[in-house]
Design a protein around this ligand. Structure first.
Ligand code: SF4
Ligand code: SF4
Length: 342
């Protein structure tokens, strides 16, 4: 497996990393086997988070007797310093380790959270103090929003960034990536399969998408994997490195462009809706309903929302704000067809 330098951390990481987001969906024994198979095939980078269910524990069990073979990143969504520090301690315990190499502020998604991070006694100071006490080695953040990513990168406070890099969103990250590279930050590409959307296409497209991500100026692309077969298939992109030919690139771009017309990136730019509709949440529930077959839970969660799609007055303001020009009103209508129970 090809290894690349993770920016100023000087760590050498496998270009395909293990994404721990989806291992809560499989049993502990399966998760242990899947993580270990990835390590056998040369993966040495594992991404997890406090908020990914029991992912930290499962990773901890899988690597207990091979800790020196892997580099771990975990993260906390907490926006209050006390909870953030206790998430780091909990992560150490769940991962059965005395150090997490890379720790992140999870989903730095608003100006307000960035301000809270940077102010004296804020989350950045928490990370610095965890580093000083040896609980972590390097400081980073993850995020999806272009303007916040740019602002946080330009603070020069972070050693690495985890951000979506995939063919569907190529017009977004193309402007952000060079700023991180200029600062010698490590770049962890998340969602190389566009948050699972590209996995709905053919196996060939999955392979092209991973090869596309790997050939960008990134250190590692983390892929969520929940079976040995997926591990064996996905790691090929980091072992047999072949840049895409012109024909392969065209095939991939055509598929991505057709997908991008209805793919919600959860960026929240469409909000606020004057009627109070939580548009990104409705699209997540719709995705869980259609892609993961989570019919009952998606319907339950939709029914618990205070404002449903039938409150939409069709003003179109959300569509004006959506940077991806999604036909939100039509998409909401389709979502309601599946999610509404009466
Ligand atoms: S079109 Fe509907 S969902 Fe969009 S902003 Fe208007 S009321 Fe809200
Ligand atoms: S509908 Fe558009 S603006 Fe709203 S979250 Fe999805 S991609 Fe972002």
């Amino acid at each position: 497996m090809l290894k690349k330098r993770l920016g100023r951390t000087d760590l050498m990481v496998s270009v395909i990393g293990f994404g721990g987001l989806i291992i809560p969906r499989i049993s502990t024994d399966e998760a242990i086997s899947v993580v270990r198979r990835a390590l056998e095939l040369g993966v040495n980078f594992i991404d997890t988070a406090k908020s990914y269910g029991d992912s930290e524990e499962k990773v901890g069990m899988a690597i207990a007797d091979r800790r020196d073979q892997c580099i771990i990143t975990s993260k906390s969504l907490a926006d209050n310093p006390e909870n953030f520090m206790s998430d780091i301690d909990l992560g150490l315990k769940r991962l059965s380790t005395n150090k997490i190499e890379l720790y992140q502020i999870h989903n730095l998604s608003s100006k307000d959270k960035l301000e809270k991070t940077l102010k004296s006694g804020g989350l950045l100071d928490c990370l610095k103090s965890a580093k000083k006490s040896g609980k972590i080695d390097f400081i980073g953040f993850s995020g999806h929003k272009k303007d916040i990513l740019i602002e946080a990168i330009c603070t020069d406070e972070f050693d690495f960034v985890e951000m979506p890099i995939n063919v569907v969103d190529r017009n977004v990250w193309c402007d952000v990536l060079p700023l991180a590279i200029e600062r010698d930050m490590g770049v962890i590409a998340m969602k190389p399969l566009a948050g699972g959307a590209l996995t709905d296409l053919s196996p060939d497209i999955i392979s092209l998408s991973l090869r596309y991500a790997v050939q960008q100026d990134i250190s590692t692309a983390i892929v969520g994997m929940k079976s040995i077969a997926e591990v064996e298939q996905n790691t090929k992109a980091g072992i047999d490195i072949k840049p895409l030919s012109k024909d392969e690139e065209k095939t991939l771009f055509d598929s991505a462009d057709s997908l991008s017309k209805t793919f919600c990136r959860q960026c929240e730019y469409c909000l606020p809706c004057d009627q109070g509709l939580d548009i990104p949440t409705i699209f997540i529930l719709y995705k869980h309903f259609t892609r993961f077959g989570a019919h009952e839970i998606s319907r339950q969660r939709y029914s618990a929302l205070k404002v449903k799609v039938d409150s939409c007055i069709g003003c179109g303001k959300c569509e004006e704000r959506c940077p991806y020009q999604l036909p939100i009103r039509e998409m909401l209508r389709l979502a309601e067809e599946k999610l509404a129970t009466n």
